[in-house]
Design a protein around this ligand. Structure first.
Ligand code: PNW
Length: 492
């Protein structure tokens, strides 16, 4: 009998421990910040109101609608220029700690340069920032989220090194106007995405296909621009404004399978994430990028590498220009080495073929597979490669077809946040912030309004763009109330 009691007692202890620890593990650490995000062109609308100038997305969508899946544009988008108070009320009702939004360069500087500042444009961002603060929501500002003024593109855009100075002039206007109120700045959103899509393919504006090197030149100038603005903040604003500043980078995750090995994973990681991050956290481009692109360029007959070189001064100047590691992450891929390379044929600079794991659920975009373990792999790699920096996640989210009963979105958030808490608790990854992309359904670049990332639904054919709750709106409300990842509700 006594023995029986001991067994029962141990059993009860084990059960209690499991349930107690499960609860602890799904709760965010104290001080951890959770919020949501948007970007100017995707939500604001009011494209030609109050002296706003034309930007590269206005130009692209108006002149080449055939490159947008539904032929539509951001002229009205979510109408947030007029409805920002309603947006803030929504964010408050869900309980988010912060809101990440971006500034439209051509709304602030209609002709791109700082010789003419549009006070009405600045006033909009001041109003939004003050509305957030009045409601206890921290404002986070992205200075550049892909929509530079068209005149700058006519002058070469990110392929022109003068963009470094133009961007710095613009950032100065933002620090002067908003710096007293905003304590977290993101200089630039996802360099590898807009450089890759806009200067090597026609997927994104400006849609220039430039000799398989436009994207490298774009990143080169982008990193210089980012570093220049970081130093400017450091030298002229930080002591008074007391904020933090960095850039945010899109990094893929990956599956480990029988074919993957450390070399293959590292090569894929360096060509995707390291391309932007290595110069900032370690110094210069990753070695594997420099050697492979130089070798392939030579085979192609170029007298130089298609990957530009930084001078020693620039390497030093760019290195260390991050107060935190800004990460945007969505999905993971199966990695395969390009088999043609065995016969000396180099099709891809990275040498890696990325494919979507079809045995996993996929969202409304072909690349969007739900693969939380890939997120964990990525976060551990960032911890190891860059000396466990404080990571602030600025985008993570799921696209569907706009269903109000969005169980798949909840499944995505549930599994990615569970994985996140696991790497924080078990692997010592230093993640301090998480952002759900996106607050509401909006203009999804080349996919127009055909796919939806919102936690809140927007009627994108109603001239007023009415907002409606989804199932994930209330799911997120419970997450924020409890600061704990909630179960996925069962569908009826
Ligand atoms: C980001 N990928 O772009 C952008 O920052 C957002 O503006 C956009 O709405 C959001 O993610 C959803 O697409 C990405 O291929 C584009 O992995 C492509 C990828 C990831 C992010």
């Amino acid at each position: 009998m006594e023995r029986y009691m001991v067994i029962v007692t141990i059993f009860c202890m084990v059960i209690t421990r499991i349930s107690c620890c499960d609860i602890v593990k799904l709760t965010f650490p104290s001080g951890f910040k959770i919020g949501t995000a948007s970007a100017a062109y995707q939500v604001e609308g009011a494209w030609n109101v109050s002296d706003k100038g034309e930007n590269i997305w206005d130009h692209w969508t108006h002149n080449y609608p055939e490159y947008i899946r539904d032929g539509r544009n951001g002229d009205v988008a979510c109408n947030s220029y007029y409805k920002y108070k309603e947006d803030v009320a929504l964010i408050k009702s869900i309980g988010f700690d912060f809101y990440r939004f971006s500034i439209s360069w051509s709304r602030v500087l209609p002709n791109g340069f700082a010789n003419e500042i549009n006070e009405e444009g600045i006033q909009y961002y001041k109003n939004l920032t003050e509305e957030l603060l009045a409601n206890g929501i921290e404002p986070i500002v992205t200075i550049y989220h892909w929509d530079h003024p068209m005149i700058l593109e006519e002058l070469g855009g990110w392929t022109n090194e003068l963009m470094v100075e133009w961007f710095a002039d613009y950032a100065r206007v933002i620090f002067d106007a908003l710096g007293p109120l905003v304590k977290t700045f993101i200089t630039i959103n996802e360099p590898s995405v807009y450089c890759g899509n806009g200067y090597n393919t026609t997927r994104h504006s400006p849609g220039k296909v430039l000799e398989n090197m436009g994207h490298y030149i774009c990143i080169h100038n982008t990193l210089k621009a980012h570093a220049t603005v970081y130093h400017m903040y450091d030298d002229e604003y930080r002591s008074e404004q007391q904020g933090q500043i960095s850039l945010t980078t899109q990094c893929d995750g990956w599956y480990l399978n029988d074919d993957s090995n450390a070399t293959l994973v590292d090569q894929a990681f360096q060509f995707n994430c390291g391309w932007v991050v290595h110069p900032v956290f370690v110094g210069d481009y990753p070695e594997i990028m420099k050697t492979r692109i130089a070798m392939i360029s030579e085979l192609e007959g170029y007298p130089f590498s298609r990957l530009p070189e930084f001078s020693d001064e620039w390497v030093e100047y760019i290195k260390g220009t991050a107060d935190f590691f800004g990460l945007n992450h969505y999905t993971s891929y199966i990695l395969t080495a390009d088999p043609d390379e065995e016969s000396g044929i180099y099709n891809i600079d990275s040498g890696i073929i990325k494919s979507v794991n079809t045995s996993y659920p996929v969202g409304s975009l072909a690349w969007m597979s739900i693969a939380p373990e890939g997120f964990g792999n990525l976060l551990r790699m960032i911890r190891d490669q860059y000396d466990n920096p404080p990571v602030q996640i600025f985008e993570n989210g799921y696209c569907d077809l706009g269903e109000l009963d969005d169980y798949d979105r909840i499944t995505y958030y549930n599994s990615y946040m569970t994985e996140l808490l696991s790497v924080i608790n078990n692997d010592n990854c230093n993640v301090v912030r998480y952002t759900a992309w996106s607050l509401m359904d909006n203009f999804e670049w080349s996919d127009g309004y055909t796919v939806n990332f919102g936690i809140v639904s927007v009627n994108l054919t109603d001239p007023d763009r009415a907002r409606t709750s989804k199932l994930s709106t209330s799911w997120w409300r419970s997450v924020m109330e409890t600061r704990t990842v909630q179960d996925v509700p069962t569908s009826v």
